[in-house]
Design a protein around this ligand. Structure first.
Ligand code: BES
Ligand code: MN
Ligand code: ZN
Length: 484
């Protein structure tokens, strides 16, 4: 999608559809609308609109040389997501109207850069459509111009890259599991490493079996689609990297502890954590950020079969700890434990952030609009929380005191992959991850509820059905602010 910005009087801009976002109840303070010709139309539109959130009014009478006008309400109180959501609604209307191009007047708010970013993201993400497998393609996407009093070129460029990163992540997350195997994900990573600052290493086969990756091997051994550990190193700065680790189970049947059939198709989204890491590394390389980041994506398919691992097995994780397998459906923590331990040993990162569709319990606790966050480092937790607020990818911290570490002790091995009962399922999974790490500050995001649209996800104009790309905006915000 084409996106540009211009510093101009709105009425001097050539456009097919001139869009205003307003909380006003009268047109007098709508920037740029002083022209006598259209003031009466504007007044009627804004009256009808009455400032209501998400409501759109378009002018029906078209004056000869005047562009079509569109007014969208932003409601009376704005939050960090309002403009993204309203802009998304506008862009869909522009697409429906069939215009080739539309312009949005950046509303007169304090922070023009944040407003412009939200508008670009909202428009681009709302027009996203996963139509790769459909004969009938989405309608063409109109070009967007943002009209602003200030120069926002760089902001628009970064916002566009951000939105493209989210779209990339959605695209690979939405791939069906018959196409998107661990090997295919590795191919996506290799494409990303065409950027000069990105290096890609794929561990497979004997690299994994002889390398001691007991978790990845155990989970992957039941599938003909063999596992991979995908490693992407982005070198744009100096000093130890930040490690991003993402769970990529390309399909989670549950294995021998097989899941019930209902909605099992959605377990193609069990790779979303890994897809978010791929999209984030791709985008920081395009943004050329002055930092070092390493992404690690353990990827497996969790299938039942004659070769599968079983409940009762005892396996040795990377780094040497043994774990009792109580349930083969608690597979994410096994592959992540390997990847986290390897990341710490291999890269001595300054911190590690992992993302995983790890527990259904997280949906029970927080619903589908907030990710669970667990960390052993208050500063890291606070920074990520702030990024979550700024990007409207909200997280909520859950505790992990030493008491919780007791839960995962096993009678026959060092730890077990499942705790009896249903108490604190999200924290128990995090405790398992924590036990794989020696001393590196670590933060875990459970994105089981937020990675794709599922009931009761809140409707947002810019989130279609399917994968949301959750975490890309959050991580990019965090990484852009981590260059101190
Ligand atoms: N991938 C699932 C978690 C999940 C379930 C995410 C539903 C989103 C929606 C994970 O591998 C899993 O199966 N977790 C189990 C853990 C249990 C066996 C301890 C779960 O949440 O039921
Ligand atoms: Mn599972
Ligand atoms: Zn899973």
């Amino acid at each position: 999608m084409n996106v540009s910005s211009i510093v101009a009087d709105p009425l001097d801009v050539e456009t097919d559809l001139l869009c205003y976002i307003t909380s006003s109840r009268s047109s007098s303070d709508v920037y740029g609308l002083k022209s006598v010709d259209i003031s009466s139309i504007a007044e009627r539109c804004v009256d009808d609109l009455n400032g209501r959130l998400g409501v759109i009014v378009t002018s029906t009478t078209l004056l000869n040389s005047t562009p079509r006008l569109l007014f969208a309400g932003s409601g009376s109180s704005m939050n960090p997501d309002t403009l993204r959501d309203v802009a998304g609604t506008i862009s869909k209307r522009a697409q429906e109207l069939g215009v080739k191009q539309f312009a949005i007047v950046c509303p007169d708010v304090q922070d023009h850069h944040s407003a412009a970013s939200q508008i670009v993201e909202g428009c681009m993400l709302a027009l996203y459509d996963f139509d790769a497998y459909k004969a009938e393609k989405a309608d063409p996407r109109p070009d967007l111009t943002i009209i602003c009093r200030h120069d926002i070129k760089k902001t628009v460029r970064m916002a566009k890259l951000t939105a493209e990163g989210v779209i990339y992540t959605r695209n690979i997350s939405n791939q069906p599991p018959n196409e998107c195997t661990p090997a295919r994900l590795a191919e996506f990573a290799e494409v990303i490493s065409q950027n000069k600052k990105v290096e890609c290493t794929i561990l497979a086969g004997s690299d994994l079996t002889e390398g001691g990756f007991g978790g990845i091997n155990a989970v992957g051994q039941g599938s003909a689609n063999t596992p991979r550990l995908i490693i992407l190193e982005y070198k744009g700065g100096s000093g130890p990297p930040i490690a991003l680790v993402g769970k990529a189970v390309t399909f989670d049947t549950g294995g021998i502890s097989i899941k019930p059939g209902e909605r099992m198709d959605e377990m193609k989204f069990d790779k979303c954590g890994g897809c978010t890491v791929l999209g984030t590394i791709k985008t920081i390389s395009e943004m050329n950020l002055p930092i070092n980041v390493v992404g690690l994506i353990p990827s497996v398919e969790n299938m039942p079969g004659g070769q599968s691992y079983r409940p009762g097995d005892i396996i040795r994780l990377y780094g040497g700890k043994t774990t009792e397998i109580v349930n083969t459906d608690a597979e994410g923590r096994l592959i992540l434990a390997d990847a986290l331990a390897y990341a710490e040993e291999q890269f001595s990162p300054r911190c590690m952030i992992d993302l995983a569709t790890l527990t259904g319990a997280c949906i029970i606790a927080l619903g589908c609009d907030t990710a669970g966050m667990i960390s052993d480092n208050d500063e890291l937790a606070s920074d990520v929380c702030q990024s979550g607020i700024r990007t409207a990818e909200n997280v909520w911290r859950l505790p992990l005191n030493p008491d919780y570490m007791e839960m995962i002790k096993s009678k026959v091995a060092d730890i077990r992959n499942l705790v009896p009962g249903r108490a604190a399922g999200t924290i128990a999974a995090a405790a398992f991850l924590k036990s794989a790490i020696k001393e590196t500050p670590w933060l875990h995001l459970d994105i089981a509820g937020t990675a794709w649209m599922q009931p009761p996800s809140k409707k947002r104009s810019y989130n279609k059905s399917g994968a949301t790309g959750f975490g890309v905006r959050l991580l990019l915000d965090y990484l852009q602010n981590s260059t101190h």
